[in-house]
Each structure stands twice: as structure tokens, then as C-alpha cells.
Design a protein around this ligand. Structure first.
Ligand SMILES: *[C@@H]1O[C@H](CO)[C@@H](O)[C@H](O)[C@H]1NC(C)=O
Ligand SMILES: *[C@@H]1O[C@H](CO)[C@@H](O)[C@H](O)[C@H]1NC(C)=O
Ligand SMILES: *[C@@H]1O[C@H](CO)[C@@H](O)[C@H](O)[C@H]1NC(C)=O
Ligand SMILES: *[C@@H]1O[C@H](CO)[C@@H](O)[C@H](O)[C@H]1NC(C)=O
Ligand SMILES: *[C@@H]1O[C@H](CO)[C@@H](O)[C@H](O)[C@H]1NC(C)=O
Ligand SMILES: *[C@@H]1O[C@H](CO)[C@@H](O)[C@H](O)[C@H]1NC(C)=O
Ligand SMILES: *[C@@H]1O[C@H](CO)[C@@H](O)[C@H](O)[C@H]1NC(C)=O
Ligand SMILES: *[C@@H]1O[C@H](CO)[C@@H](O)[C@H](O)[C@H]1NC(C)=O
Ligand SMILES: *[C@@H]1O[C@H](CO)[C@@H](O)[C@H](O)[C@H]1NC(C)=O
Ligand SMILES: *[C@@H]1O[C@H](CO)[C@@H](O)[C@H](O)[C@H]1NC(C)=O
Length: 661
């Protein structure tokens, strides 16, 4: 995506950041121009871990900042680790060493055990981090804390240059603090004078193309200093074609796109259905994004390959593999095309706000605790029940938010699902928002990505770059997918498109009309921190702008994410219930033979730490559930059944409702 919309016209100072948040959601551009001059330049050509530079720099820390991290699980101390210079440890232990279970030829997925040995005093403040690449900047780091307000989190502390991929405390090895694995280093007359201890931590390393080093720190996350650094380990094949995920090119069910990553930028082949298709190659670089994505969160994405498959039959399974003789070829995989528009049935899974977590229990910049449970449940459902035709992930996709290596983690995590069925997406604040970049909301929630990474990895049938809206039909359902992060006010390009898209729906062919986007038009969630600063979870100007379109088009269901719980409304317009479901055969049924108004559902439950449930819900809120899960939607021409599958491991259905016509 060769686009420039991420480049802000001005930079922010700490003071301006506070004003920005207080003046949410609209900010005048003259204000932004006033901030010009606070620009920081990325630091280049600095020494890597192979050098002693890391351990020779002084710790610089500023503590006066207020942490307004209303989104994350991540430890705020760790989240600022990259923004500090590191002190050298006052430790002259000559026994200390780090050893690694793997040789310098890492597989695409591999467990690597790192053993610390020769420790004189095991401490719960000892930790091991994975860094990549080994040569990245670690010295002379930017200190302008005001430039760091990614992910809606205004924590701002001193900066160092390189952000760790992930880390674990050595005390995660139960033998470590108790010195269960000890060695005598100096023995006199059968008496041990110097005893040292070992600790081992296993990291699950996935192919991120660039080499990795393991670094032992002590001092916890508060005053970290470097004790030891391992040798750098490279991947056996940095060019491996990986993380292929499917999406629909159109509503025919006969054309699909596969997008994958590789360290090799030459076109590769996608082999399917007896033929093949050559990939188009793209990438993005630091000049297209902003901090932290552009600097201490940067990780080279390699190359993004995309290839189209045509001439398929709807609702049919095919095998495929991809790559090249130079880059390598993947194993044979299988996918199923979705039903064609106008078909008689569709089974679609929808969710928002998934993100990712590490399977080795490492902590990282942003962890979403429900993500693995939900994706594993879905993966299991796909391989056993095989009753999912398509997935629609409505924003807040990976929560990489400028820490670019986390896109690889997310892509690897969803591969079992996204390599088997069409994985459609909508953009969220954590993919798109950045001050001065043209997003509706002037927060830094995308960590400087401004949608560049998202649009590279998830190429939807949208009109153009930074116009992330589209519609797709499958079976008896028309989905209108909007961007709540791009201008949607009356008269905007997107508004006009929504209006015409909704008007174009042929309700004989696709009787069901589902409207979706990231930020809700209805949610009873209240957050005192957010309320104080930026208002409620719902932008109060959004429903008045969008509701008349939905009502006019007789939208059956409007589905949103952003809020991390599940909620369902009556048939509602302007906060008034115009229709209620009736209990028909034991299930809440909205009889849309006599249409009243759209029903809204919030489903931001796929991974992010859950938000509380409103204790004083408005009358339009019929059901509220605080649990991780996904929605499973089954449609035929006369009924649309929605289930909230809340307990991912058991497939428990905590809410069901249906529409009939
Ligand atoms: C970065 O990407 C832009 C836009 O595609 C391109 O014009 C520029 O040459 C790239 N810069 C480098 C250093 O590759
Ligand atoms: C280490 O630093 C020296 C300069 O101090 C530089 O010449 C050398 O290339 C660096 N080595 C690595 C591996 O970065
Ligand atoms: C890594 O270790 C975990 C836990 O023992 C295991 O479940 C997993 O299969 C291992 N992964 C690989 C790639 O060996
Ligand atoms: C501790 O680690 C060292 C170096 O890896 C190894 O030689 C030694 O056997 C280990 N000791 C124990 C008790 O595991
Ligand atoms: C891939 O698998 C399909 C069926 O599972 C099989 O028909 C096909 O020959 C396989 N292709 C390759 C290249 O192994
Ligand atoms: C959004 O679109 C409307 C209608 O074209 C326009 O008046 C408004 O200035 C736009 N807002 C922004 C922030 O560009
Ligand atoms: C609407 O769909 C029906 C059923 O597929 C079809 O017969 C009809 O021609 C379509 N109408 C228009 C205007 O395309
Ligand atoms: C619907 O009615 C049945 C009894 O007919 C009852 O068991 C069930 O709880 C009701 N469901 C709802 C959603 O009210
Ligand atoms: C829905 O309402 C229509 C019109 O009142 C009625 O004919 C139909 O039986 C109702 N359907 C259900 C499932 O209750
Ligand atoms: C899911 O159900 C299992 C079995 O009842 C239970 O142990 C687990 O805690 C539940 N998980 C969640 C997230 O509710």
C-alpha cells in the first residue's frame, strides 16, 4: 500500500496529548499545526546486542506520569521497558552464563529452552527477553516521552530504541528461586564453598525472519540491567511462505484471495485446483508509519504476497499450497469456498477485539487473555464439525498497535482458521487511529500504524487504500461493512456509499441484511475513566448519523465490537424500543415480517480483557453477558439464528435469538 496518510502534519507534546484527549473526539487542525517542531528523528546505525553498548548506558527514568491504560493487560512497567536506557549491572559473577537448547537454524515453529546457569543469588527480579533482530538499535534512544501515546494509553516514560518481542521471569521455573538445580563451583575438602543455581525457561519461537537473541536482565521491570546476552540464532529459512489466510474477492463464492508473508520478495505461486496463480508482492516500511510503529516498535514485515483463485465452485473444498522453489513450498492445505450470494444457507462466525496471547505464557507489549481460547475453539469446530462457511472479525484485529512483530504472532495464531475459510475483517481504532492522519478519532490507538499494516495483511474488496468499507453477500445474507474510524458524517464518501449499498440490496436474493463496523451505536457499558476523559463507549454523534440509514434500509441486525462484552437490544431506534422479541419455541424471536427497527448486538468478546456489565442498563438493553466467546450465525431464507458461544472450551451457548420473516 503505497500511501502516505499516516504521516502527520504535526507532532505532539505531552501537553498537547492531554488536550487532545480532553477535546476528544473532534480536534481542529490549526491546533495540530501549532504543535509542529516537536518532531523526533529515528536513531539509526547504532550498536546491537553483540556490542556492550546496551550494558554501558545509564538508566534514565521519569516517574511523574499518569498511566491511563484503560485497555491493556500488559504490565505498565514492561510496556515502558523499551523507552529507557539501561544501566549496566553491578555484577561481576564470572560463573554466570546463558545457554540455548537450539542450534543456529530455527524451524518455523520451535520451542527454545534458555538456561541460566552459574547464578549466585537467584532473584525474582531476573527475567529473560527475546529480541529481534539481534543487531537492532539499543543505545542512544529517544527520550521524548510525549511522543508515545499509542493504544489509547498515555503512559509516557523514557525511551530506548528496541522493544523486546516477549519475556518471562526466570522464576517461572519452579526450581529457580529454591535453587533446585545447583552446582558446586568451588569445593574444599568435600565442602562446597561456592554454590550456583540454574533456571530454565522455554520460549515458543515462530519464524519472524530476523534473527533472535535472548537477554538476561535483573532488576525486574523497574530498574532493569543486562546481565548476559546469548548468541544470535537465525531461522533456517527466513523466506518460508507462512501464515496464508483467505478472504473473499466478491460475493460469487467462486473467487478467493490468499495472502501470506515471506522473507523473499520475488513472486511466488499459489497452486490450487490443478492450476496456479502468481503472487503480487507488497510491503511497507518505516517511512509510511509513525512512532512507535516507525521506530522502537518497528519490525521488518518481510514481503506480503497475495494471489487470487478464480473459477471455483461455491461451498466446495479445495486443496492448495504455495511458495516457490527458492523460498520453499508449504504443505498441502484445504479450504472451503463460502456459499454464493442468494444461496439458501450461510453459517458465519463473527467477533471483535481478538488480539493474541503467547502459548508459552510469555508476556509481551499487549496480551489479550481470551484470544487463544476463542481461536482454539473455533479451530476445533472447523476441524470436527466443519460447520463454518466464513469468519468476520470486526475490528481490533491483532492489537499489534505499532509493535509490528505482533502481527506475525497474530497471523500465526489465526492460521488454522483463516487458512481454511474466508476470513473477512473490518477496521478498528487499534488498526487505524492516529492524530493528524485523517482518522475520525484523534487518539494514537493504532500505535502509528494508521491502517497501513492492516490493509497490507487484510486486503478486503474495498474501493481504495484508506477506504476500508465494502459489502459482501453469502447465502441469504448481505453484509454491509463500514469503517467507524473513517469519516461517516452525512455527505462523506463513506456515508454516501453506505446509503447506496443499503439501497442496492435485493431482499429477494439476500433477505437478511446485517450491518457491521467496529464502534457500537448502542452499548450500556460505562467506564468511569473513559467517561471522564473522552465520554462514553458510544460516540454520541454516531447513532444520529447512522441510525436513519439502517432503519430506512430495514437492517435486521447491526453488529459491533469495541466494547469487550456481549449485549443485545430490543428493536431500537433513537434509544426507544420499537419492537420486542417474543419467546417462540423457547427462543427470543424478532418477527421481521412486520419490521420495526434494527436490533443491535455488541460482540467484542474474542480476546481482550472483558469490560464490566452495566449495573443500571437502559430499557433497550435486553441481554448482557461478560464472557469470552464468538457469535455463530445460521441463516436460511426465512430465519436468521444468532448464538453467543460464550465458553470457548465447551461451546456453551449463553444467548440465542432469531429473526423470522
Ligand atoms: C518506503 O515506501 C515508500 C512507499 O511505498 C517508497 O516510496 C519508499 O521508496 C520506501 N522506502 C524505502 C527505504 O524502501
Ligand atoms: C560494535 O561496535 C563497533 C563500534 O563500536 C562497530 O564497529 C561494530 O560493527 C559493532 N558490532 C556489531 C555486531 O554491531
Ligand atoms: C512446545 O512445547 C509445548 C509445551 O510442552 C508443546 O505443547 C508444543 O507442542 C511444543 N511445540 C513445538 C513446536 O515443539
Ligand atoms: C546447569 O547448567 C549448566 C550449563 O548449562 C550445566 O552444565 C549443568 O549441568 C546444569 N546443572 C544442573 C543441575 O542442571
Ligand atoms: C493435496 O491433497 C489433496 C487431497 O487431500 C490431493 O488430492 C492432492 O493430490 C494433494 N496435492 C499434493 C501436491 O500433495
Ligand atoms: C467528513 O465529511 C464531511 C462531509 O463531506 C465534511 O464536511 C467533513 O469536513 C469531513 N470531516 C473530516 C474530519 O474530514
Ligand atoms: C432480485 O433477486 C431475485 C431472486 O434472486 C431475482 O429474481 C431478481 O431479478 C432480482 N432483482 C433485481 C432487481 O436484480
Ligand atoms: C421461553 O419459554 C420457555 C418455556 O416455554 C422457557 O423455558 C424459556 O426460558 C423462555 N426463554 C426466554 C428467552 O425467555
Ligand atoms: C410473524 O408475523 C406475521 C404477521 O403478523 C405472522 O403471519 C407470522 O405468523 C409471524 N411469524 C412468527 C414466526 O411468529
Ligand atoms: C468453561 O467451562 C469450563 C467447564 O465448565 C470451565 O471449567 C471454565 O472455567 C469455563 N471457562 C470460561 C472462560 O468460562
Amino acid at each position: 500500500m503505497a500511501s502516505n496518510y499516516c504521516k502527520t502534519q504535526a507532532r505532539l507534546t505531552k501537553f498537547s496529548i492531554i488536550i487532545l484527549i480532553l477535546s476528544f473526539p473532534m480536534l481542529s487542525s490549526p491546533f495540530l499545526r501549532r504543535c509542529e517542531g516537536a518532531r523526533w528523528k529515528p536513531v539509526r546505525n547504532l550498536q546491537g546486542f553483540g556490542n556492550s553498548s546496551l550494558s554501558s548506558s545509564k538508566l534514565v527514568r521519569e516517574d511523574e506520569d499518569v498511566e491511563l491504560n484503560h485497555h491493556g493487560l500488559r504490565d505498565p512497567k514492561f510496556s515502558s521497558i523499551n523507552r529507557r536506557k539501561l544501566e549496566s549491572c553491578d555484577d561481576s559473577n564470572s560463573y554466570l552464563s546463558l545457554s540455548i537448547s537450539a542450534s543456529d537454524s530455527l524451524q518455523d515453529v520451535q520451542n527454545v529452552t534458555v538456561t541460566v546457569s552459574g547464578v549466585l543469588n537467584p532473584s525474582d527480579s531476573d527475567w529473560i527477553a527475546v529480541f529481534s533482530p539481534s543487531t537492532a538499535d539499543t543505545n542512544d534512544c529517544p527520550l521524548n516521552k510525549a511522543l508515545y501515546i499509542e493504544t489509547g494509553d498515555t503512559s509516557s516514560q523514557p525511551l530506548t530504541c528496541l522493544y523486546p518481542v516477549k519475556y518471562q521471569f526466570v522464576s517461572a521455573d519452579p526450581q529457580y528461586l529454591s535453587c533446585g538445580n545447583s552446582q558446586c563451583q568451588k569445593e574444599v575438602l568435600d565442602k562446597c564453598l561456592v554454590k550456583t543455581c540454574n533456571g530454565s525457561i522455554t520460549f515458543r519461537i515462530i519464524n519472524i525472519r530476523t534473527d533472535v537473541v535472548f537477554v538476561l536482565f535483573t532488576g525486574g521491570l523497574d530498574v532493569p540491567c543486562v546481565l548476559e546476552t546469548s548468541n544470535a540464532l537465525s531461522f533456517a529459512n527466513p523466506s518460508s511462505p507462512l501464515y496464508g489466510h483467505l478472504s473473499s474477492l466478491d460475493s460469487t463464492g467462486t473467487s478467493m484471495r490468499l495472502t501470506w508473508v515471506s522473507g523473499n520478495g520475488n513472486p511466488q505461486e499459489l497452486y490450487y485446483n490443478g492450476g496456479s496463480s502468481t503472487s503480487t508482492v507488497s510491503t511497507f516500511n518505516q517511512t509510511q508509519v509513525e512512532s512507535p510503529a516507525a521506530d522502537f516498535g518497528w519490525h521488518d514485515p518481510g514481503y506480503i504476497h497475495t494471489a487470487s483463485m478464480t473459477g471455483l465452485a461455491p461451498s466446495t473444498s479445495y486443496s492448495y499450497y504455495y511458495g516457490s522453489s527458492v523460498a520453499g513450498l508449504t504443505a498441502n492445505k484445504t479450504f472451503t469456498t463460502p456459499p454464493a450470494a442468494g444461496g439458501s444457507s450461510l453459517r458465519v462466525v463473527m467477533y471483535g477485539d481478538m488480539g493474541k496471547a503467547e502459548r508459552d505464557n510469555s508476556d509481551e507489549h499487549y496480551v489479550q487473555p481470551g484470544a487463544l481460547g476463542v481461536i482454539d475453539a473455533l479451530s476445533e469446530r472447523l476441524s470436527t464439525d466443519k460447520d463454518v462457511d466464513m469468519v468476520i472479525h470486526i475490528g481490533d484485529i491483532s492489537y499489534a498497535t505499532g509493535f509490528m512483530v505482533e502481527w506475525d504472532s497474530f497471523l500465526e495464531m489465526i492460521t488454522p482458521v483463516a487458512s481454511a475459510v474466508s476470513y473477512m475483517t473490518a477496521i478498528g481504532n487499534h488498526e487505524r487511529d492516529f492524530p493528524g492522519s485523517g482518522s475520525v478519532y484523534k487518539t494514537s490507538d493504532s500505535g502509528g500504524e494508521c491502517g497501513v499494516a492492516y490493509e497490507s495483511y487484510f486486503q478486503m474488496p474495498t474501493p481504495a487504500a484508506d477506504k476500508p468499507w465494502y459489502s459482501i453477500e453469502s447465502g441469504p445474507v448481505h453484509f454491509t461493512v463500514m469503517s467507524t474510524e473513517n469519516n461517516w458524517t452525512a455527505g462523506s464518501e463513506q456515508y454516501n456509499w453506505i446509503q447506496s449499498d443499503l439501497a442496492s440490496v435485493n431482499r429477494s436474493s439476500t433477505p437478511w441484511l446485517i450491518f457491521t463496523g467496529h464502534r457500537p451505536a448502542y452499548s450500556s457499558y460505562q467506564n468511569s475513566i473513559i467517561d471522564d476523559i473522552i465520554g462514553t463507549a458510544v460516540d454520541t454523534s454516531f447513532p444520529p448519523a447512522i441510525e436513519p440509514l439502517l432503519l430506512n434500509a430495514k437492517v435486521d441486525l447491526a453488529v459491533w465490537g469495541h466494547v469487550h462484552n456481549y449485549e443485545r437490544t430490543c428493536a431500537v431506534y433513537q434509544s426507544k424500543c420499537l419492537g420486542y422479541p417474543t419467546n417462540t419455541s423457547g427462543i427470543d424471536t424478532y418477527n421481521n415480517t412486520v419490521y420495526t427497527a434494527p436490533v443491535h448486538a455488541v460482540i467484542g468478546t474474542a480476546g481482550f480483557t472483558l469490560d464490566p456489565i452495566s449495573t443500571e442498563p437502559p430499557a433497550w438493553s435486553l441481554v448482557r453477558i461478560g464472557a469470552f466467546g464468538y457469535t455463530y450465525i445460521q441463516a436460511d431464507p426465512t430465519s436468521l439464528l444468532i448464538q453467543f458461544v460464550s465458553n470457548s472450551t465447551t461451546g456453551q451457548i449463553d444467548d440465542s435469538f432469531q429473526f423470522t420473516r
